[in-house]
Write a protein that binds this ligand. Structure first.
Ligand SMILES: Cc1ncc(COP(=O)(O)OP(=O)(O)O)c(N)n1
Ligand SMILES: Cc1ncsc1CCOP(=O)(O)O
Ligand SMILES: [Mg+2]
Length: 547
């Protein structure tokens, strides 16, 4: 058992040549001063070249030009070292580098180092991996009581993905009685869940659900039972339980031997997302998608000759090395006033797409979709790039309707697809874990499938008859309710919605109905700005009544 003693907390993609990847003090010359221009600070935030000494001097934060403090998300992991660099601290480091996070604990002063790091650098999240003795667990718990953090992520590493037993039974009682009650999330694989529960057989998804419930009874706020080893399952199914609801998280099983370190990586990714301030369920979903994407990206690489090989944590960074934009996480509140453009309507009123989008944003649109059915691909792409710049300047997500190719080409925030468009799971695999994907659903079955396929929200309608989409079946308020109740995904209502009926839509009383998507009510109008402002006011009024 070794604790990594590197001085460097994290690294950045300019340094991430896999052949030369080292965590070495010599990289400190790459340190960019934290007290600098906002642009540089943002660049730093994105590239995360963090040097321990500088971090200590600057208290892990910087001041932007508007005087606000910029906190650097910080994950401290306390885990074992894997000399093969696929699991343990090495997997944690690479995951945090890929997802944006920081960490390391020196070797022989566990208690002192925990104290010095937690007291001085204000870690947001602590993630644990292999903890070899009750002594170390107790030191950790003592430090966390003295210096509380926002979240504790416990990967109860007792049995590796390869089946090796990594922590003896002596530690089990301490895990159950002391560590788990402190955890915000615990992420056992099937074997670990079984060990925690005294050796019960876990062979089905139903078994995993009851295991998640029983482990939750031991005290952690959330439990993720990972079903990667579930026999006879074509999907990789995990069960997330937050004490109230169960969520079945599915991803396609990537056929590869390179699964070494997936457990560490998943927990590290959850920690990194929590450190960035994302809610638990969204952190877990992003982490699962990140694993799926990274496994798929590196399924064919051959490293070593063992039964399992490591995968490539930094695949996404390598693909997007020139792309400095860091997309913020999707928030269901973004669906509140969803503006969907229509090239025909803009032409009719003699305005460009960009002017239409600018006006909608000024009027209070909270998300924009470019639905340009008649546009030539090249024109669509140019318009999308221009609109994306406008939307990003306002912090509003921009989605592309139907055209995954256009979304990829301009790096849009996401895509909306319908039942006859590209399948959602394929869109997810093309866009990666972070992009926003919306799916049109008219039935409960479609809504359930949307969740399974990795959608972020559902668009449901037409709630009322519409002239905008030909031959569109109207499902009414009752249809909207049925679809919404069939899913935990947030829902936006669409179809024939405008000033006269938006309030009744919002007052349907379904908790996951988060807003309305409108085309003609905004864009088949003389003044987009005025109409958007009016609709915004109606929605605000409806929201205040619902509260
Ligand atoms: C938010 C939102 N919901 C539903 C749709 C409709 O999508 P689809 O069924 O694919 O039909 P087209 O819009 O492509 O004609 C949507 N675009 N947006
Ligand atoms: C794209 C779409 N999908 C279902 S209804 C609809 C059209 C909505 O347009 P409008 O808001 O003008 O009724
Ligand atoms: Mg479509």
């Amino acid at each position: 058992m070794v604790y990594c003693s590197s001085q460097l907390l994290s690294t950045s993609f300019p340094l991430l040549n896999p052949k030369t990847l080292k965590f070495d003090a010599k990289y400190s010359k790459n340190w960019l001063p934290l007290q600098s221009t906002e642009g540089l600070v943002k660049g730093l935030y994105q590239t995360r070249v963090l040097n321990l000494r500088a971090m200590q001097e600057d208290k892990a934060s910087a001041v932007t030009s508007d005087g606000s403090e910029l906190r650097v998300p910080h994950v401290l992991t306390v885990a074992g070292s894997d000399s093969g660099a696929g699991a343990g601290i090495q997997a944690d480091l690479k995951t945090c580098a890929a997802r944006g996070g920081v960490e390391v604990v020196p070797e022989d002063f566990v208690a002192e180092q925990l104290k010095s790091v937690l007291s001085d650098m204000r870690a947001d999240v602590v993630k644990t991996g292999m903890l070899p003795s009750t002594g170390i667990v107790k030191i950790l718990l003592h430090s966390l009581k003295e210096f509380p953090v926002r979240a504790l992520v416990v990967d109860p590493v007792m049995v590796s993905t390869s089946g090796d037993v990594l922590a003896g039974p002596s530690i089990l009682a301490t895990f159950r009685e002391e560590l788990l009650p402190m955890a915000d999330i615990v992420t056992p694989n099937l074997r670990e869940a079984s060990v925690l529960l005294g050796g019960v057989q876990l062979e089905t998804v139903a078994n995993m659900r009851s295991a998640a419930k029983s482990i939750h009874d031991m005290g952690p706020r959330n439990v993720l039972v990972k079903g990667g080893d579930l026999p006879a399952s074509s999907d990789a199914v995990d069960i997330f339980f937050d004490g109230q609801d169960f969520y079945e998280l599915r991803s396609s099983r990537v056929k590869t031997r390179n699964t070494h370190g997936t457990g560490c990586t998943l927990a590290s990714c959850i920690a990194a997302e929590l450190a960035k301030g994302h809610p638990m369920l969204s952190a877990v979903k992003v982490a699962k998608r990140y694993i799926e994407t990274a496994l798929d990206y590196s399924k064919d690489i051959v490293i070593g000759s063992g039964l399992q090989g490591p995968f490539d944590h930094l695949s996404k960074l390598k693909r997007n090395v020139h792309n400095a934009y860091v997309q913020r996480a999707f928030d269901s509140g973004d669906l509140f006033l969803y503006a969907v453009t229509d090239s025909g309507m803009n032409k009719k009123w003699g305005r460009s797409i960009t002017d239409a989008v600018k006006a909608a944003l000024e009027g209070g649109a909270t998300i924009v979709q470019l639905r340009e059915k008649d546009a030539e691909t090249r024109d669509f792409l140019e318009a999308a790039k221009a609109c994306l710049e406008i939307c990003r300047s306002k912090g509003v997500p921009l989605l592309i309707n139907d055209r995954v190719d256009v979304a990829l080409a301009c790096d849009a925030d996401g895509v909306h697809v319908g039942q006859s468009d590209m399948p959602t799971n394929v869109v997810r695999s093309l866009l990666g874990p972070e992009k926003i994907i919306g799916v049109s659903c008219k039935t409960p079955q479609q809504a359930q499938q949307a969740w399974i396929d990795g959608a972020d929200y559902i668009g449901s309608g037409g709630v009322y008859p519409t002239n905008t989409k030909a031959n569109n079946r109207t499902i009414g308020i009752d249809g909207l309710k049925t679809v919404s109740l069939a899913s935990k995904l947030p829902v936006v209502a669409i179809g024939g919605i405008g000033l006269s009926n938006a309030q009744s839509v919002m007052e349907t009383g379904v908790p996951n109905l988060k807003g309305v998507a409108v085309v003609s009510a905004l864009f088949d109008q003389e003044c987009v700005l005025t109409e958007t402002k009016k609709l915004h006011a109606v929605l605000m009024e409806a929201a205040s009544r619902v509260k």
